[in-house]
Write a protein that binds this ligand. Structure first.
Ligand SMILES: [Zn+2]
Length: 371
């Protein structure tokens, strides 16, 4: 059996190999719940590959309801269930390989290869265009659909946390759906200009990482850095675009896509009610519920929540409400008990829910400037 980490910046951990069994121990410093832990290729003569994982409690929560991901190419992955081996927090997946090469991962790999494929395969869209957003030596691609001079601009941003790949595949599916489905595209085009970012931090994708890697090669929780005094380049560029839509009073939906992976058995849609001294008025709160419920009705296996406080300060919802009194949303896309097709259904569902929304007057406060 020959193991390679050659695909798309893949990563690998120390392991024991015995016949067709690969054994990992993730009870030490390498936590399987928080990053890209293994993305590797195997070439084997065996008809099946066995992957056995020793996990801690958190790793088990992220993986046991999802399974191990494997496939021969990006965009063609399946999940193989992890069965308890008998020992505590130890699981094993059996992957049929029937000889040849197979890619194995702890989450659906999304890196530069998949991003390039998306750009190449959707570049000939007559109503949309790819723009490269550049800032301080970093860049990311953004798909813009509709007229940028529209009265409203909507933002769908995935990949603040590059290892939350199920949400990145969901954003990828949204762009492909807008490219391929004329009926859906027409409905979305009526809503204004949509800016979709599939992978905000491509430099951190598929690296063995628990976080975003700054240009200085430091690790940072990008999803919670919106309010930082010195924001990393990608986040500064993204946030300033949204802030300029706020100043022009053209902001529609702001919708970051994240993923708890399999830690919750459903995808969770959320807005927050308070941020610092700010509190949504009853009208704005009722509107937020309507948005959440409209979107959730179209997203399979999802649930809407509207907690009083943000779960982690400094994320987009918290920052935009605190600083600009702007009401924004997010989703955490689950991987529990679902396969790759779920991300397509989730992306289409988000777009068809979005296409039903009419009223954007509650995003910013009605009285006076948003400051
Ligand atoms: Zn996240």
């Amino acid at each position: 059996m020959n193991i390679r980490t050659a695909f798309d910046g893949g990563c690998m951990q120390p392991c024991d190999i015995e016949g067709n069994l690969i054994r990992f121990d993730f009870t030490g410093p390498r936590k399987v719940g928080e990053g890209h832990v293994f993305f590797f290729e195997v070439e084997t003569e065996h008809p099946a590959l066995r992957v056995r994982l020793r996990l801690d409690r958190k790793g088990a929560r992220h993986l046991s309801a999802q399974g191990v991901v494997a496939g021969r190419d990006f965009g063609a992955y399946s999940t193989y269930p992890l069965e308890p081996s008998g020992a505590e927090f130890e699981y094993e997946a059996v992957i049929p390989v029937s000889g040849g090469v197979v890619r194995v991962a702890n989450r659906y790999p999304y890196g530069r290869d998949a991003l390039d494929a998306l750009l190449c395969e959707t570049s000939a869209c007559p109503h949309g265009r790819w723009r490269q957003v550049r800032r301080d030596g970093r860049a990311f691609p953004m798909f813009e659909l509709g007229d940028p001079d529209s009265p409203l601009i909507h933002y769908f941003v995935a990949g603040e946390d590059a290892w939350e790949t199920s949400s990145i595949w969901t954003a990828d599916a949204m762009i492909r759906a807008l490219h391929a489905d004329a009926a859906l595209r027409e409905k979305v085009l009526c809503k204004g200009c949509c800016r979709l970012v599939p992978l905000l931090s491509p430099y951190s994708a598929t690296r063995e990482s628990h976080s975003y890697i700054t240009p200085q090669n430091e690790h940072l929780y990008l999803g919670a850095a919106w309010g930082d005094a010195k924001r990393p380049p990608e986040l500064a560029a993204m946030s300033e675009m949204i802030e300029s839509s706020i100043r022009e009073r053209r902001l529609g939906l702001v919708f970051p896509l994240h993923a708890y992976e399999a830690a919750k058995p459903y995808s969770e849609l959320e807005a927050i009610e308070t941020s610092g001294a700010r509190r949504l008025s009853p009208e704005r709160k009722a509107w937020a519920w309507r948005v959440l419920e409209t979107l959730a009705a179209e997203v399979p296996n999802s649930k809407a929540v509207l907690p009083e406080k943000v779960w982690y300060p400094g994320n987009a919802r918290h920052y935009l409400l605190d600083r600009f009194n702007a009401l924004t949303f997010r989703i955490e896309v689950t991987t529990a008990g679902v396969g790759f097709d779920y991300f397509r259904a989730c992306g289409r569902g988000l777009l068809s829910g979005f296409a039903q929304l009419e009223d954007w007057s509650q995003v910013l406060p009605l009285d006076g400037p948003a400051s």
